[in-house]
Design a protein around this ligand. Structure first.
Ligand SMILES: Nc1ncnc2c1ncn2[C@@H]1O[C@H](COP(=O)(O)OP(=O)(O)OP(=O)(O)O)[C@@H](O)[C@H]1O
Ligand SMILES: [Mg+2]
Length: 354
């Protein structure tokens, strides 16, 4: 039997005048998956989400929910919940009334509304705040009211568009963990849109990266971090990346402006880039047992708390290295030091260039 998907997008195209906002997108999102859609501003994330919700009609393609074609089904019959950056909570109502609103509209009996609201308040950890007005809540609490309001109607899919965008960093980090926990508890498919790759990495089972209306790659956080399919994904994901461009020669070598470099075995031939994440590079004076060792000069040292970031210049090329586990007695190479940097070929990745 074929796997049942919560949401399927097949060859979706959406144009606004000359702009192709969504350019032939195909997606299969599994039941109870935490799926994120990420990419730079204007790449088509919100439009894709609105097409799933039925708020936007695609010019081409098919939308399926739980295997059923819903392309022509209106929003209110799709059983989809939504949370956006601008929460649009009702300021004149208290927390209970805000959450109960959708159930009242659906004419649920009073007792059942009370029970459902109580249950959801417990899940989002807002017990005891039922009577508070919205403007008496913190940003994070308001966010949880919006989440509770969307979840209480038990949607089969919850769409979230930059829901943490308005919160400051500490609350955002806290809410990321909370959101993931809530998603596990309610067992609902979440589609989460953000331009912040850290948010997506923290919470998602799988992530799709978009650029100019097209999906570049779909994969787990680990896959897209260590196995990006192109240099756009390599640069968009993660805090930093080192890319050395060159020409793949016979097996295992690449000619670069830094000379011949050992690269991992791969099918890729011709123009390519070697990708090195900042934590796989080593720095020292007498490096051993590495396939590649280059001589450089320290240009900058930034102490980031749990690691030290080095910027090293090697013949006009700048490398970023993250050294973890540095203790205060350990030597930190000061600016101007001559150092070696090195790596094993298997900790690098070859990416084709077009
Ligand atoms: N109603 C509209 N009319 C015309 N153009 C639109 C409309 N909505 C979106 N667009 C255009 O479609 C493209 C995709 O927009 P979309 O809002 O989906 O991007 P996004 O990835 O959500 O960006 P952001 O991260 O800034 O929210 C953009 O070029 C945008 O200007
Ligand atoms: Mg958007």
């Amino acid at each position: 039997m074929s796997e049942l998907y919560s949401v399927e997008l097949e060859n979706i195209v959406k144009r606004f005048g000359n702009v192709v906002a969504v350019d032939n997108v195909n997606l299969k999102i599994k039941e109870n998956e935490f799926f994120s859609l990420i990419g730079p501003s204007g790449c088509g994330k919100t439009t894709t989400l609105r097409i799933v919700a039925g708020l936007e009609e695609p010019d081409e393609g098919v939308v399926k929910l739980h295997g059923k074609d819903v392309t022509d089904v209106p929003t209110h019959k799709r059983n989809i919940g939504m949370v956006f950056q601008h929460l649009a909570l009702f300021p004149h109502m208290n927390v209970f009334e805000n959450i109960a609103f959708g159930l009242k509209m659906k004419k649920f009996p009073k007792e059942e509304i009370k029970r459902k609201v109580r249950e959801i308040l417990e899940i989002v950890k807002l017990e005891g705040l039922e009577m508070r007005r919205i403007n008496q809540l913190s940003g994070g609490q308001q966010q949880r009211v919006a989440l509770a309001r969307a979840l209480v109607i038990e949607p089969s899919v919850l769409l979230l568009d930059e829901p943490l965008g308005a919160l400051d960093l500490k609350i955002r980090q806290h809410m990321m963990v909370e959101l993931k926990n809530i998603q596990r508890k309610v067992e609902t498919t979440f589609i989460y849109v953000t331009h912040d790759q850290t948010e997506a990495m923290t919470m998602s089972d799988r992530i799709a990266i978009m650029k100019d209306g097209r999906i570049q790659q779909i994969g787990t956080p680990l896959q897209i971090y260590y196995r990006p399919v192109n240099t756009f994904v390599a640069s968009f994901i993660g805090e930093a990346v080192n890319l050395i461009e060159g020409d793949v020669k016979e097996d295992g070598f690449m000619e670069t402006r830094l000379g011949l470099v050992y690269c991992p075995e791969s099918e890729i031939k011709g123009k390519a880039a070697i990708m090195l994440r900042p934590e796989v590079l080593e720095i020292g004076n007498k490096l051993k047992d590495l396939d590649n060792i280059l001589n450089g000069v320290v240009q900058a040292v930034i102490f980031k708390g749990s690691y030290v970031e080095y910027r090293i210049e090697v013949e006009g090329t700048s490398f970023i290295i993250h050294k973890h586990g540095v203790t205060n007695t350990e030597k930190i190479y000061p600016v101007g030091s001559r150092v070696e940097i090195g790596w094993k070929r298997e900790s690098s990745l070859l990416i084709p260039l077009d």
